[in-house]
Design a protein around this ligand. Structure first.
Ligand code: MF3
Ligand code: CO
Ligand code: CO
Length: 284
């Protein structure tokens, strides 16, 4: 096994805690382990949980209002107004130059679709609404799929299987298991259903910043990737394609990620905290 970065250090002369011993056991065997900052304090987890409550309320508001004939700019306005009037900040607004408060990704758009006045929701569309909230400095990140009116059985299946992929990934994540266990479970379920997993984008640590370590790949092998330690907070956000896994970025806006074959793609996302008993969702 390739040697990984030495992320876990104990100051000289300091006695090892049980947690130190456990983490050093894996690190000494070549596994990637978290840094101390990636293990959140109870106060930080409480802050992220409160941010998650607002994030869920924002997405519930979108769920109430979303309908055929609406522009994606209207969704953006709902997210901006609801978030700011409840004391939060939309994390994407101005993030690395991103211009809006939410990402709206329709059909063949995989993610990072930019809301627009010109883009009108049509019957049969499947749309991902991805919303990241900052509350009192804490980040919560989640997204859902919405089906506009009636769609095809294939697109319906894609939306359902993608949700199942996220849930199975979360189930596979155990304390002192590995990030790769998540990706393995997701890839297996996607393939079994004849779909492919986007490889260019992944889930991520979150909470104190928007994107933290580790990378949470949605494919891969069990027992690989970072060790999962209670207190770690991260997203699982599989992007599952009906056709090829390959994607490209729209040259005009520099953001919109689209499937290479322009077949539909779906995504779901939650923010989770690892506990002694497995993953807990913070964005319910
Ligand atoms: N919310 C996305 C994620 O799940 C990130 C969007 S960044 C943006 O990580 F700039 F495109 F908005
Ligand atoms: Co995310
Ligand atoms: Co997101």
């Amino acid at each position: 096994m390739r040697r990984n970065k030495i992320n876990w250090r104990v100051p000289k002369g300091q006695e090892l805690t049980e947690l130190d011993k456990k983490i050093l056991f894996y690190q000494d065997r070549g596994h990637l382990v978290p840094t101390r900052e990636l293990i959140k304090t109870p106060e930080q987890i409480e802050g992220i949980r409160k941010s998650g409550i607002l994030n869920t309320a924002v997405l519930d508001k979108v769920a109430e209002e979303i309908r055929e004939g609406m522009s994606t700019a209207e969704i953006d306005k709902i997210v901006y107004d609801y978030t700011t009037s409840h004391g939060g900040i939309p994390a994407t607004l101005g993030y690395e130059g991103y211009p809006k408060s939410v990402c709206t990704s329709i059909n063949e758009v995989v993610c990072h679709g930019i809301p627009s006045e010109e883009e009108i929701l049509q019957e049969g569309d499947i749309i991902n609404v991805d919303c990241t909230t900052i509350l009192n400095g804490y980040y919560a990140d989640a997204s859902r799929m919405f089906i506009i009116g009636k769609t095809t059985p294939e697109k319906e299946k894609l939306v359902r299987v993608t949700k199942e992929c996220m849930d199975l990934g979360a189930e596979a994540a155990k304390p002192f298991g590995f990030v790769g266990d998540i990706g393995h479970a997701i890839e297996k379920h996607a393939k079994k259903n004849g779909f492919s997993v986007v490889r260019d984008l992944c889930g991520h640590g979150v909470g104190v910043e928007f994107h933290e370590e580790p990378d949470v790949l949605h494919y891969g092998r069990k027992g690989t990737g970072m060790l999962l330690v209670p207190g770690m907070v991260f997203t699982i956000e599989p992007m599952i394609n009906m056709g090829t896994w390959e994607v490209f970025i729209d040259e005009e806006d520099g953001w919109t990620v689209v499937t290479e074959d322009e077949l539909p793609s779906a995504q779901w996302e939650h923010t989770y905290v690892m506990t002694e008993n497995g993953l807990k969702i913070l964005t319910y």
